[in-house]
Design a protein around this ligand. Structure first.
Ligand SMILES: [Zn+2]
Ligand SMILES: [Zn+2]
Length: 257
């Protein structure tokens, strides 16, 4: 009896398997496009010959659920630190894509990463970078910054890092994640002022890399000091040290502006 039933069910089963296969392919495509873990190196496409020319136009793009009213404070701080380096700083608004799916995927990866000590192959920052590169070209900007409340992982490091931010010098774009800058992330009550201080420091730090280069500063209070955790961010100031200011002035003098 059971055998007969299996034979009858076979065509139906085949159809079902086909359907699942098609669905799997579709899902794979979506995953590759939006940047959830997929073990293929993601090649960045950019204009081949163009490099950073200063002063320049800077654009800021918001990914995910983010309070854009904060934009004015960002401009004031960047113009104060990098005086005369920007013709203007443009608000590019929120980037509208399937944030929920993206968020779910990255969140799952983060959980898996915590569970296992094995290396998981993920490349999310490159997925962000391609969107940024395209936007930078489209808007004719010298450099572009993205701010997100999503957790980000480095595409450029062999070790997986759960980062506050990252800069891609070659492609003139940088990324800051606000998620781990919030007190709530550490199960403490919300502190808006502290959060804003932290995110401004990280924004200045990443833009600082785009202008000053990849090196970190060793001065204890300098915004260009590397911060491995939230406490290190709180220790440093929202400003460049004298050594970094001299470097910045040298660039300004060399380029004559
Ligand atoms: Zn850095
Ligand atoms: Zn410094």
């Amino acid at each position: 009896m059971a055998v007969t039933l299996n034979i009858i069910a076979m065509p139906e089963l085949q159809k079902y398997i086909q359907k699942i296969r098609r669905y799997k392919e579709k899902l794979k495509k979506i995953i590759t496009r939006i940047g959830i873990s997929y073990p293929i190196e993601f090649e960045l496409n950019d204009e081949p010959s163009k490099r950073l020319i200063l002063p320049c136009h800077l654009g800021i793009l918001f990914f995910g659920d983010f309070d854009v009213s904060f934009f004015k404070k960002i401009i004031i701080n960047l113009n104060y630190i990098f005086d005369s380096f920007f013709f203007n700083i443009r608000n590019l608004g929120g980037y509208n894509f399937t944030v929920k799916l993206f968020y779910k995927g990255v969140k799952k990866e983060y959980r898996e990463m915590k569970k296992s000590s094995d290396k998981i192959k993920i490349h999310p920052t490159n997925k962000f970078y391609q969107i940024l590169i395209d936007k930078r070209i489209e808007e004719n900007l010298g450099m572009i910054l993205a701010i997100t409340d999503l957790p980000i992982f480095s595409s450029n490091n062999d070790n997986i890092l759960f980062l506050f931010g990252e800069t891609h010098l070659k492609h003139r774009c940088c990324l800051v994640s606000s998620l781990k800058l919030k007190e709530q992330f550490y199960n403490r009550p919300e502190n808006r002022d502290l959060f804003e201080e932290r995110i401004l420091k990280e924004i200045i730090h990443e833009i600082g890399h785009l202008i000053l280069g990849p090196n970190h500063c060793h001065n204890y209070f300098c915004v260009m000091k590397f911060s491995k955790d939230i406490y290190k961010i709180d220790e440093k100031k929202k400003e460049l040290c004298e050594t970094c200011k001299i470097k910045l002035n040298k660039i300004r003098e060399e380029l004559n502006f």
